[in-house]
Design a protein around this ligand. Structure first.
Ligand code: ZN
Length: 201
């Protein structure tokens, strides 16, 4: 039986991998965000994926459901509670950005949605050393502030006002922060992100 020449057969080459898609997909309801926290096999948070994607991963046995919503999705042969948190069955190595992107949402989250000067509800971000005086737009010089404090402070320094910060603004680090700059956080993700219950996002 003659063997075919190498490369002449297309069989056996997987090509771009397509996951099986459940025939019926979940419709996000009031109880779900439609988003699922994806953990590495080590339980380290990796990223947020759509609930639809998480279901595909679970059905393909690439991930297991760690926490789920009351809603149930029916695929061809199985019923599955919509996953809120899933964990990869195999460890993946992911290169992380060296620093967390500075954004208004991330600053508000770091500072607990409160003004660092008076503890009121934060509505804006403030440059501790005013930009007009060479202050930088960096994590160690940007804080959450209320409108009143921001207006009062204007382009003056803390020393001129006699104000003080409760603690130096720091650059956030850790797994949770890779997720916080871009989206709100499902309360059910908090324990996996190492976030206190009191900090809302
Ligand atoms: Zn204030």
């Amino acid at each position: 039986m003659p063997r075919s020449a190498p490369g002449s057969s297309s069989a056996g080459h997987p090509g771009p991998r397509r996951d099986p898609v459940p025939s019926l997909l979940p419709v996000p309801s009031a109880g779900t965000t439609g988003a699922t926290l994806l953990l590495n096999a080590t339980y380290e948070p990796l990223c947020v994926v759509s609930s639809r994607r998480a279901i595909v991963l679970v059905l393909a046995e690439k991930a297991e459901s760690v926490d789920s919503a009351p809603e149930v999705v029916h695929a061809e042969t199985v019923s599955l509670a919509v996953p809120v948190v899933v964990r990869l069955t195999r460890f993946v190595r992911v290169p992380y950005p060296a620093s967390v992107p500075l954004s208004r949402r991330a600053v508000f989250t770091r500072d607990g949605q409160t003004c660092v000067y008076c503890g009121g509800s934060a509505t804006s971000i403030d440059h501790v050393v005013p930009r007009s005086r060479g202050g930088t737009h960096t994590w160690d010089n940007v804080v959450a502030a209320c409108r009143r404090c921001n207006h009062t402070k204007a382009d003056r320094s803390l020393a001129e006002l006699g104000w003080a910060l409760p603690h130096p603004p720091r650059t956030p680090s850790g797994a949770a922060w890779r997720l916080l700059g871009t989206r709100s956080v499902d309360p059910r993700w908090r324990e996996w992100l190492g976030m206190p219950e009191s900090v809302s996002a």
